[in-house]
Ligand binder design. Sequence first.
Ligand SMILES: [Zn+2]
Length: 91
Amino acid sequence: MNGDPSKLNCAEFQAQLPELVSSGAEAAAHPHLKSCQRCRALLADLETIAEAARQLFPSVEPPDEVWEHIESAIRQEEEGESRQPPVPHRP
Ligand SMILES: [Zn+2]
């Protein structure tokens, strides 16, 4: 039952997600995301929050590679949907 990352349920995955992102690991490559669109959306939200947190707490410096990845993802999203207002997250 334990030991296979693709068998995680959403709650288990989401519990690991902040750690995955802050560790610099490729959270987007996690096996759970291949089968779960909801958690993919959650990861995108988390990255947006992480970006806001960086602006609020500039003294906390995560690895540069993480932020380059996050910033380029956000830039692409803004360019692609610049005319759309942000859609509130719904469960
Ligand atoms: Zn999930």
